[in-house]
Structure formats: structure tokens, C-alpha cells
Design a protein around this ligand. Structure first.
Ligand code: NAD
Length: 366
């Protein structure tokens, strides 16, 4: 959503890009009465219905919204495939100011639109939409997950997302040092929101040295008294820190020309979506600089893993934790291949995700 960091790929005309990344479907819906303006992008449904969150954002332009939904929906295909889920990739962007537009009528209209897609796309919470909003949406459609526990839903996914991030950081440490203990490791966490805060809890148990930053100072001051937590008040100076692992848990596009030149870490593993401003260019730059990168769509898969059992037969917390733990082994395998072949780990992860999709497709045809 920070357009100044858009990559050359993001500047390709929208419909060229749709073809370029093999999206299956793009749907726009407008309701004048409620002010609803939504784009749903369905990237790939080979493995199952396209599941992805509904992001509400006051985009500067429709082109910006379109870029966001195309890239995020594609990321969901890779995320679910690598996590071994029977789900395809999709995403919705709701264009407009949540403070002004979001109310019950707006959300129910959105639910009616989702119902009209007849299960091709399943919606869920994302930036500026939450589990309570899903309750309104569920009054109009069965194709919604991420409901509160009071409604037999999976509740807030952030803890599971943080747990998957923690698993990825441990895998990164194991690959880098041969030992996955994070005791005394300098971990830089950018963004102490829902995921970042839960992650601090996991890392505190390991006695890691945590360097934390957030543009909202209340978020960091709330954890200032925890042992081994060091607050970095200048959010930009954070990139110049001497740290072992950088953990992006704020917004996307933070790995770019400027930050790669400044980062001194050995590895990166964070939950933010679309961290590489330009997938190809910045993936290669990280390899050249010797910074090991755990692909964002693998690291943050805890959220989708958490909601998916809700769709397939009812929420199962124990199964969700078990599946999130598997991120550790997948991450190690991707890092192993990437190091052995001197390729960007993002590229390796995409290849593995695509291979699974193709194998399932061929098995069905066979
Ligand atoms: P959140 O909105 O609760 O927290 C994000 C935090 O980042 C906020 O506290 C915000 O103030 C801070 N921030 C924004 N810009 C910053 C900057 N430049 N420097 C430092 N801090 C900054 O979001 P969240 O739910 O914790 O999610 C974090 C990231 O992980 C997002 O990119 C989200 O899309 C992604 N993600 C989250 C989940 C989930 O389950 N919550 C699942 C998958 C992916």
C-alpha cells in the first residue's frame, strides 16, 4: 500500500498482470446504497476453493487496489499449497475508509456478493476487518471463516500466525547455526501489533534479546518492562541495528533497495505479507548479500491454517497447532535447497508450491 515502493512488476497494466500470473478470475462489485466497492481476485482453485482475507483500505487509486488484490491472492495460492491445505488462493479488497463506511448493512451487502460467487471464494478477516465483522457477513453467506469462538469459529488467528513465525525463526537459526535455540539471539521485531505482541511471548520463553519497534509508541511501551525487551523508538533507524534475525510484522514492501543496503542481519523471517518490494530483484539481492530469507507466505501461514478447519468440518485447535508446527520442517527444507542451489528461497518455495498444485491436478486427470 506504500506506492512509492511499488516494483517494476507492479507497474504492469492490470489485465496484462492478470494473464502474467495466471489468475483465474477477477470480479468487481459496487453497491451505491452502502458505498461498497470490492474487488475479488481468484488466483488458482486447483487445490480447493480460493480462501483469503477481506482487506479494507482507503486506496489512493483503483489501480493500487487492483495491484494489491492480484499480488495478495497469488500469495494465498502459494501459502495454502505449501501448508498442505486443500485450498486455492484468493483475496478481496474493500475500497474505502473503514471509519466512514463499515457498518452492518455494508458488511451484509458484501456477504450477499460473496454468496453470489457460490463458493469459488471464501472470505475471512484481514487488515481493517475482524472476527466480529465476519458475524455480519455470515448472516448472508456460508462462505466465510474466521468467526469468533462464541460462534463456533476459530477466533483471532494472530497467535497461530505468531506461532508459525516463531517456528520459522527457529528453522532459520537451525539452518544458520546448526542449533535452533534462540537464547541470547538478537531478534529485531518490526510491528508490535496482534502478531508481533504474541511473538514476543514465544521469544520471551527462549530468553532471546528482543529489539522492538512500532510507529504507535503505546504498543512498545506496553511491553517495555518485560525482560530482554529493548525499545527502538526511531522506526527508521531500526534497519541499521546490529541484529541476528529481522522479523517484519508490520506492513509489506520493507525489503527493498534502501533497506537491503542497510540491514546487517543474517536472516529474515516475519509475518508481514509481500515483504519483498520486487520479488525477483530483491530475492536475488538478499542471496548476494548472504542474508537468508524465510519466504513470507510460508512464515505467515498460521492464519490460514487456523481458519481452514472451520470450513472443513468445524474448528479443530489441536490440528491447527500440529499443522503450524510443520512450518518448521518445510522452512528447513526450502532453506536447504536454496543454499545448495544458491537460489533465492522465495523462488524455491514457489516452485515447491507449484509442483504440489500440478501433481494434484495430474492425479485428478489420471
Ligand atoms: P496489526 O495491524 O495488529 O499490527 C501491525 C503493527 O505494525 C501495528 O502496531 C502498526 O502500528 C505497526 N507498524 C506499521 N507500520 C510500521 C512501521 N513502519 N514500523 C514499525 N511498526 C509499524 O497487524 P497484525 O495482525 O499484527 O499483522 C502483522 C502483519 O502480518 C501484517 O502485514 C499482516 O497482513 C500479516 N499477517 C497477519 C496475520 C494475522 O493472523 N494477524 C496473518 C497473516 C499475515
Amino acid at each position: 500500500m506504500n506506492t512509492s515502493a511499488l516494483s517494476s512488476q507492479d507497474k504492469i497494466l492490470p489485465f496484462e498482470k492478470l494473464l502474467h500470473h495466471n489468475h483465474e478470475r477477477l470480479v468487481y462489485h459496487h453497491d451505491a446504497e452502502t458505498g461498497l466497492k470490492v474487488i475479488v481476485a481468484i488466483h488458482n482453485t486447483t487445490l480447493g476453493p480460493a480462501l483469503g482475507g477481506a482487506r479494507m483500505w482507503n486506496y489512493a487509486s483503483e489501480a493500487e487496489a487492483l495491484n494489491d488484490v492480484l499480488r495478495l491472492s497469488r500469495g494465498m495460492t502459494y501459502k495454502s499449497s505449501l501448508a498442505g491445505l486443500d485450498l486455492g488462493g484468493g483475496k478481496a479488497v474493500l475500497m474505502g475508509d473503514p471509519q466512514k463506511l463499515k457498518n452492518e448493512a455494508y458488511l451484509r451487502k458484501y456477504g450477499q456478493f460473496i454468496e453470489s460467487l457460490q463458493g469459488l471464494y471464501i472470505t475471512a478477516p484481514d487488515v481493517n476487518t475482524n472476527i466480529s465483522d465476519m458475524v455480519h457477513i455470515a448472516k448472508e453467506t456460508k462462505y466465510v471463516v474466521g468467526l469468533p469462538a462464541t460462534h463456533d469459529g476459530s477466533d483471532d488467528p494472530s497467535v497461530l500466525t505468531a506461532y508459525g513465525t516463531y517456528m520459522s525463526i527457529k528453522a532459520l537459526a537451525k539452518h544458520l547455526t546448526g542449533n535452533d535455540s534462540l537464547a541470547g539471539k538478537k531478534i529485531g521485531i518490526q510491528g508490535i501489533g496482534k502478531v508481533g505482541r504474541a511473538l514476543v511471548g514465544f521469544l520471551a520463553k527462549e530468553e532471546s534479546e528482543m529489539y522492538v519497534t512500532d510507529i504507535v509508541l503505546d504498543r512498545t511501551s506496553a511491553i517495555a518492562k518485560l525482560p530482554k525487551v529493548h525499545i527502538i523508538t526511531d522506526a527508521d533507524a531500526f534497519y541499521d541495528l546490529d541484529m541476528d534475525i529481522y522479523v517484519p510484522c508490520a506492513l509489506g514492501l520493507t525489503i527493498n533497495d534502501d533497506t537491503i543496503a542497510r540491514l546487517k542481519c543474517h536472516g529474515i523471517a516475519g509475518a508481514a505479507n509481500n515483504q519483498l518490494a520486487d520479488e525477483q530483484k530483491h530475492g536475488a539481492m538478499l542471496v548476494k548479500k548472504g542474508i537468508l530469507y524465510a519466504p513470507d507466505f510460508l512464515v505467515s501461514a498460521g492464519g490460514v491454517i487456523n481458519v481452514h478447519t472451520e470450513y472443513y468440518g468445524g474448528y479443530n485447535k489441536a490440528l491447527a497447532y500440529q499443522q503450524v508446527e510443520h512450518i518448521y520442517a518445510t522452512c528447513l527444507e526450502i532453506l536447504r535447497i536454496a543454499t545448495a542451489t544458491n537460489r533465492p528461497s522465495q523462488e524455491v518455495a514457489m516452485q515447491l508450491a507449484e509442483e504440489r498444485i500440478l501433481a494434484i491436478k495430474n492425479a485428478r486427470l489420471g
